[in-house]
Design a protein around this ligand. Structure first.
Ligand SMILES: [Zn+2]
Length: 130
């Protein structure tokens, strides 16, 4: 059965993140290297996303919610989120991740509403959302 993918706002993400069960997945491509990013986010560029899904699944072990975003969360974020939701549906042991979500308005919306961003070069980022 296909999983549904729903949207989450930045303020919902901040409160959900306090549970420590959320992984943020940035699927922007090269923009991540010259734009900032959301603290604590993983980076799986959309252009190689499909082949890296097994790696992502391992990287988010222990999390139960994944929140995807791109620059605007209009095209790349939603399509990668759906692709990953389908991938989870095909896996037998998929009980841990029970929510796949998309950050509304993406990184640009996050940044333009004045929320803190990180400019480190670590992948995944070791920072935390304040
Ligand atoms: Zn960082």
């Amino acid at each position: 059965m296909a999983r549904s993918v729903s949207y989450i706002t930045p303020s919902q993400l901040i409160s959900l993140n306090r549970t420590k069960s959320v992984a943020i997945v940035d699927v922007r491509d090269e923009e991540r290297s010259y734009d900032a990013h959301i603290a604590g986010s993983h980076h799986y560029a959309s252009d190689s996303f499909e082949e890296k899904m097994p790696e992502l699944l391992q990287a988010v072990e222990g999390k139960d919610t994944l929140v995807f975003h791109c620059a605007l969360s209009k095209v790349r974020g939603p399509s990668c989120a759906r692709m990953f939701a389908d991938y989870l549906s095909e896996m037998k042991d998929d009980a841990r991740i029970n929510k796949v979500m998309i950050l509304e308005r993406g990184f640009n919306g996050w940044h333009s509403s004045g929320r803190p961003v990180c400019r480190c070069t670590d992948i995944p980022c070791k920072g935390e959302i304040e």
